[in-house]
Design a protein around this ligand. Structure first.
Ligand SMILES: *Cc1c(COP(=O)(O)O)cnc(C)c1O
Length: 397
């Protein structure tokens, strides 16, 4: 079945007694009782399918995990309370029986860099950053660091670089390392990392998958080799997603492929409009034929789906010009997230990458006039009209 069909059907309609609800109801119960101790024993021992305690499993989380697995491939999934909880769980599982060393993409979501540098490194895990769009540089880093795990994003934050996930997976496998791919920006509509050889795919479902800016969640999808380890680690650590959040995420996912197609099409329109605007110094968009990773994008993504993130640099000196421009926005939401139905704009130097030193930001190419636009599902004319009026900045005297 096609992704649009799976998004609507997978996970739902489990028998609950005599009747089958058409969509999965919300199960708030934290524990389950059974007719006999013998049966409870079998469920606890995982010899018989069933629920016993919500930190282990819950019908809403299970339905969501089945749905996401159906979209993304893989042997199974574990839903988590946030994207960061999911990333941490995936890395912990990847390193459980491997060398305690990580090679990570140099361009990553700000909090992911924080997780690596401020949490994992002080715990004794060696972390080395490498440009994953330069395979020779990555090979050298892997040969020297001999990592147990490689961490990348499918579309890097915020400059939308795209590494060749399949080739990076080969490098990881040759080195005996697990590949963890944050597919939040890519989404299963554009790319399925496990099909390309990754061991773990991670999402902040807060973004495109849930898509409405009203629920926080994460998920790890993995292969048969790591599934039991992942589930068992989650049962112990307890990063689990609640039933109501699972329900909202499932509800959001039913329209995810439709939304994402529209967002990708809108992003193409907006990016090409921006690239001709005199107040815009530079546009970073994966659909641009001049994008440095255009060949990889065209090789790995379906035709005409390039993602819906557009970063651009406005002309000006820095923070004050960006503030003036963003303060003029009328419809586009000034907010620190992405992937929602509404278009939103973020200033990386002030939000997602605020905790990095100015030097670190500079090294990543995140300048003081760079803004990141998450294109929504509105009429593209209205998005462009809002950008157009906001860009009519009176030049700073
Ligand atoms: C938002 C985001 C995260 C973190 O997800 P939360 O749900 O906010 O914890 C991780 N990676 C990427 C690429 C993100 O955009």
């Amino acid at each position: 079945m096609q992704i649009h069909t799976r998004a609507v059907h997978a996970g739902d309609r489990k028998r609950a007694g005599a009747h089958v609800p058409a969509t999965t109801p919300i199960y708030t119960a934290t524990s389950y009782s059974y007719d006999s101790m013998a049966q409870l024993d079998r469920v606890f021992g995982q010899e018989e399918k069933g629920y016993c305690y919500s930190r282990y499993d819950n019908p809403n989380a299970a339905a969501l995990e089945e749905l996401i697995c159906s979209l993304e491939g893989g042997a199974g999934a574990q839903s988590c309370a946030s994207g960061m909880a999911a990333l941490q769980l995936a890395i912990a599982c990847a390193l459980a029986d491997r060398r305690k060393s990580i090679v990570a993409a140099s361009a990553l979501y700000g909090a992911t860099i924080g997780l690596l540098m401020n949490v994992l490194e002080p715990m004794g895990i060696a972390v080395r950053f490498a440009d994953v769009c330069d395979l020779d540089a990555l090979r050298t880093a892997v040969a020297e660091a001999r990592p147990g795990c490689i961490v990348i994003e499918t579309i890097c934050n915020p400059l939308v670089r795209v590494g060749p996930v399949d080739r990076i997976a080969e490098i990881a496998r040759e080195a005996g390392a697990a590949l963890v791919v944050d597919n939040t920006f890519g989404t299963p509509l554009l790319l399925r990392p496990l099909d390309l050889g990754a061991h773990f795919s991670v999402h902040s479902v807060t973004k495109y998958l849930a898509g409405h800016g009203d629920v926080m969640g994460g998920v790890v999808i993995t292969d048969a080799q790591h599934l039991e380890g992942l589930r068992s680690l989650a049962r112990t650590l307890g990063p689990v997603l609640g039933p109501f959040e699972s329900y909202l995420t499932m509800r959001g996912i039913k329209t995810f492929p439709l939304r994402m197609e529209r967002q990708c099409a809108n992003a193409c329109r907006v990016a090409s409009w921006l690239s001709t605007h005199p107040e815009v110094a530079r546009v970073h968009f994966t659909g641009d034929p001049a994008h440095p990773d255009s060949a990889t994008v065209r090789r790995l993504f379906p035709p005409n789906l390039y993602g819906a993130m557009v970063s651009f640099e406005i002309r000006g000196e820095g923070r004050e010009d960006v503030f003036r421009f963003m303060d003029r926005l009328r419809m586009i939401v000034r907010a620190t997230s992405l992937g929602d139905v509404h278009t939103m704009m973020l200033y990386p130097a002030m939000s997602s990458h605020r905790d990095l030193s100015p030097k670190h930001r500079q090294r990543l190419g995140i300048g003081d006039t760079l803004v990141r636009l998450s294109v929504g599902i509105e009429a593209p004319e209205d998005i462009i009209a809002d950008l157009s009026q906001a860009l009519e900045i009176s030049p700073s005297a």
